[in-house]
Each structure stands twice: as C-alpha cells, then as structure tokens.
Design a protein around this ligand. Structure first.
Ligand code: GDP
Length: 197
C-alpha cells in the first residue's frame, strides 16, 4: 500500500465520541514504551504523526488518524504504566473495553509486543481478554533490531506456544524494526488485503 495521506483527526475520551464509523479501522495498543508511536509513524510515513515518548500514560484518549482518506488508524493508550493511579487504571479499562466491544468498524487490533522478552503475563492476559470479548487481533513483535534474529525467533515462538495452551487458532503476526523500517510493508499489505474484503 502506498501512503498518499495521513492526517490526525481527533482524540476522544470514549468510543461514542469517535468519528462516524464509516471506514475500516485498525487500532494499535501495547505496553508503555513498546514502540507504538514509532511504528505508527513509519507506517504513516510521517515522523511526527504520533508523539513518541513524552509523558507516557497520562492522557487516556482514543486518537484517530485518517490514512489515504480510506481507513482509520487508531492509537490507543497502552497498558502497564506504573505511574497510573487506580482510578486512571479503571478509567483506561472501561474506555478500552467499551471501545473494543462497541466499535463496529474495527477490523483488527494490533497488539505490540517487545521482541526482546520471553512471554510476559501482561501481554498474554490482554490477548486472552480479547478472546473473551471476541475481538479480532494481530500481533506485532517490535524492536527486532535490538536482539539477534535467533533471539527474536525464540521469543516469537515462545509467545505463540504460550497461546497454543488456550487458543485453537493463532493470529497473524509480524516482526518489526522502526530503525530498519522492516515489517512495514507486511503490515500495510495485510491492512490492504483486509480493506479489500
Ligand atoms: P511507545 O511508548 O510505545 O509509543 O514507544 P515509542 O515509539 O515512544 O518508543 C519508545 C522508545 O523505543 C523510543 O526511544 C524509540 O526510539 C525506541 N524504539 C521504538 N521502536 C524501536 C525499534 O524498532 N528499534 C529500536 N532500536 N528502538 C525503537
């Protein structure tokens, strides 16, 4: 897919205030610092579209971007922020659950996972929660340039094996590096394919 345009639209406090769901939508989420903003920026070919590492975790908003005037890219506030208060956490949980369960045009959510680590409980828990809610998702293993290829493969395999304990089918998965710009075409190609369905 060639990116012809990428524009920021709006940040919404809840799903009901999001733009009219008249185009296919793809959301991105993951642990704090996983590389979400960097990935969104290379996907959209715009270094400044999503903000990278400012004061993470404070704002709990659903951020909509319009790509090629034909699909929405959504930057969701991530999980695992130690600095969030209990009430902020509850607010995050409610906002994410309501958004994921009610957003009718959501095609898939990409869950970003740091490829340097073996499976982390917080990511597995989130994946299993999506299963309970019947929300389609895909996995993106980020920061692949930070480890050897063998380490990345081992961690990806371990995550998928962990999923096999409870899942019959495994989701699509991608390995990315924003430094090497790898994985970009695969993700955009996948989105293009889904858009065409
Ligand atoms: P976010 O908090 O998930 O939005 O993460 P950011 O995109 O702000 O990235 C967090 C940190 O990881 C920043 O210092 C990025 O430059 C760095 N980073 C993100 N993606 C990559 C990657 O693919 N490779 C490397 N080496 N660093 C990355």
């Amino acid at each position: 897919m060639i990116i012809k345009s990428a524009e920021y639209l709006i940040s919404s406090p809840d799903w009901e205030k999001c733009p009219t769901p008249n185009m296919p939508e793809y959301a991105f989420i993951g642990r704090s610092n996983v590389g979400k903003s960097s990935l969104i920026n290379i996907l959209a070919n715009n270094e400044k579209l999503a903000k990278t590492s400012g004061t993470p975790g404070k704002t709990v908003l659903i951020n909509h971007f319009l790509i090629n005037k034909e699909w929405y890219l959504v930057d969701l506030p991530g999980y695992g922020f130690a600095k969030r208060s209990m009430s902020q956490r509850k607010q995050w949980e409610k906002m994410i659950e309501d958004y994921l369960r009610n957003r009718t045009n959501l095609v898939t959510i990409f869950i970003l996972i740091d490829s340097r680590h073996s499976p982390q409980k917080i990511d597995i828990d989130f994946v299993n929660q999506l299963g309970e809610w019947n929300v389609p998702f895909s996995l993106v293993f980020t920061k692949a340039d930070k480890s050897t290829q063998a380490e990345v493969s081992r961690n990806v395999k371990a995550f998928l094996n962990k999923m096999r304990e409870t899942w019959e089918f495994l989701p699509a998965h991608f390995v990315t590096s924003t430094v090497k710009k790898s994985g970009r075409d695969a993700i955009l190609g996948y989105i293009e394919e889904l858009n065409a369905q």
